[in-house]
Design a protein around this ligand. Sequence first.
Ligand SMILES: *[C@@H]1O[C@H](CO)[C@@H](O)[C@H](O)[C@H]1NC(C)=O
Ligand SMILES: *[C@@H]1O[C@H](CO)[C@@H](O)[C@H](O)[C@H]1NC(C)=O
Ligand SMILES: *[C@@H]1O[C@H](CO)[C@@H](O)[C@H](O)[C@H]1NC(C)=O
Ligand SMILES: *[C@@H]1O[C@H](CO)[C@@H](O)[C@H](O)[C@H]1NC(C)=O
Ligand SMILES: *[C@@H]1O[C@H](CO)[C@@H](O)[C@H](O)[C@H]1NC(C)=O
Ligand SMILES: *[C@@H]1O[C@H](CO)[C@@H](O)[C@H](O)[C@H]1NC(C)=O
Ligand SMILES: *[C@@H]1O[C@H](CO)[C@@H](O)[C@H](O)[C@H]1NC(C)=O
Ligand SMILES: *[C@@H]1O[C@H](CO)[C@@H](O)[C@H](O)[C@H]1NC(C)=O
Length: 486
Amino acid sequence: MSSSAEQTRQHQHPHPHPFRPWKLLFFIIAALTTLVFSPISLSLSSNFHPKTFKHIFQRNTLNTPDSTTNISHIVFGIAGSAKTWPKRRPFVELWWQPNVTRGFLWLDQAPPENQTWPATSPPFRVSGNTSSFKYTCWYGNRSAIRIARIVKESFELGLGNVRWFVMGDDDTEFFIDNLVTVLSKYDHNQMYYIGGNSESVEQDVIHSYKVAYGGGGFAISHPLAVELSRILDGCIDRYAQLYGGDQKVQACISEIGVQITKEVGFHQVDVRGNPFGLLAAHPVAPLVSLHHLDTVDQLFPTLTKFESIRKLIGSYNMDPGRVLEHTFCYDLMRNWTFSVSWGYSVQLYSSLVTAKELETAFGTFDTWRSSSDGPFVFNTRSVSNDPCQRPLLYFLDRVDTAGLGQTRSSYMKHVDALGKDCGRVDLVGVMEVQLVNVSAPYFTPDLWKKAPRRQCCEIINGTEGVDNVVQIIIRGCHRFESVTPP
Ligand SMILES: *[C@@H]1O[C@H](CO)[C@@H](O)[C@H](O)[C@H]1NC(C)=O
Ligand SMILES: *[C@@H]1O[C@H](CO)[C@@H](O)[C@H](O)[C@H]1NC(C)=O
Ligand SMILES: *[C@@H]1O[C@H](CO)[C@@H](O)[C@H](O)[C@H]1NC(C)=O
Ligand SMILES: *[C@@H]1O[C@H](CO)[C@@H](O)[C@H](O)[C@H]1NC(C)=O
Ligand SMILES: *[C@@H]1O[C@H](CO)[C@@H](O)[C@H](O)[C@H]1NC(C)=O
Ligand SMILES: *[C@@H]1O[C@H](CO)[C@@H](O)[C@H](O)[C@H]1NC(C)=O
Ligand SMILES: *[C@@H]1O[C@H](CO)[C@@H](O)[C@H](O)[C@H]1NC(C)=O
Ligand SMILES: *[C@@H]1O[C@H](CO)[C@@H](O)[C@H](O)[C@H]1NC(C)=O
């Protein structure tokens, strides 16, 4: 059979590339269409035929060409409740930008009618009735069903030009420029499910490592939202025993076969206590979100929780791509080490500390569920009880533009509540440093498209008579440059 079929084909096409005028015409039109409309490269040389052409034509007349993803392509679905909203509103309004960010706050019930809904808040929608769904997790809350359905309800609004649906809680702080930077790396025409795990291993063991945690926020591309919305309602009953809305969404996505794409800039912040260690050792990636900022201690020791977030957002606004980015440099004149977490804090060590140690988070916090000292999904190091073994800490005082595409930020020494400085005479020099001034070029989104590498910094020699200020310049690393002690 096969040999005779082969013969027939050979008979019909004696020449491998017969000249066909109509084919050439299509070729030219298609080439022009492709050049003008589509950045997608198509192989036009070999098996081109009219069906392919029709496909291209429809694609280009129905959709505008795929430009770079921007904030207008994202629809947010914020899980809220009428009861918690008054308290959460100021935190959401710190990142929400009316007429820039699109999407809705989803409530369990309408807010009191005599209140006018502020234009500075996300517009709200009331979630559909979920009383017909099953929920059997004994330690959970039925509201998980409502929260799982937000992605479907958002999709069903039928808004135009949506590439991504981004889900978050009403206590999630999004850093939207960085969210755009991260999402624009991915092809929104494919099915993607992007987010991060819980930091606490105990949480991931109970709720799964496959889940993009809802508090840290997660992104679902439009094509995935199409398929997920079709099966979600039936699926929710199948996973009635699962605790959270984010878990139910993941279970349904797993039926489609799509996997989580982990991005380390999404932060569930499933920790308790002082989040300093977590923030001061941010991975080399843009900061996309922070959750639970009203349950952890304040980020800046001398400010309230709200003022702290506002302060961090102030840094973010000056240079979104750089906020929290980590940089290390040695002062070889004095054998000191500086570890900068840009826009937040600086650590000063009176010795030369290895990069490997510096990039390890201080375990200043506990796990979410059992308040243990670990384990976490990243390594931690303990904080010494001996003040002489601990670095001196400096927290952001101010940040402003220095012209020429640069920022200038300064960090003031923090004397901890115990007021216990290290009293060693040989360390007096390091104790005198009151202020660390850092200048840095803007960290543009283009830099985040390259292979991630920590940037380098150098210490500028002090001005005569100004011993208590250290000046640091952050810059890209030179070839063969490394943080290597002599
Ligand atoms: C986002 O991109 C679209 C094209 O897809 C463009 O029309 C729009 O002006 C852009 N919006 C912003 C805020 O850059
Ligand atoms: C948003 O845009 C509308 C219409 O363009 C305008 O009336 C309104 O003042 C804007 N709101 C804010 C908060 O900028
Ligand atoms: C709205 O009405 C409730 C009672 O229904 C009342 O307690 C509340 O003070 C009113 N709020 C405003 C802003 O009028
Ligand atoms: C939801 O639906 C159930 C029955 O389908 C009904 O009893 C209940 O009143 C509804 N709840 C709301 C808030 O409409
Ligand atoms: C479930 O959560 C809602 C708020 O989302 C709260 O009002 C309600 O009391 C909770 N129910 C239980 C049983 O904890
Ligand atoms: C710095 O440390 C090196 C050894 O690592 C030592 O030789 C040098 O004397 C030290 N310099 C100062 C100023 O302490
Ligand atoms: C350090 O920064 C502060 C605040 O920006 C500024 O007032 C001060 O002059 C700077 N000091 C030095 C030595 O550059
Ligand atoms: C700092 O000063 C020392 C001598 O005091 C000099 O050897 C060194 O090169 C200077 N470093 C910079 C970066 O200017």
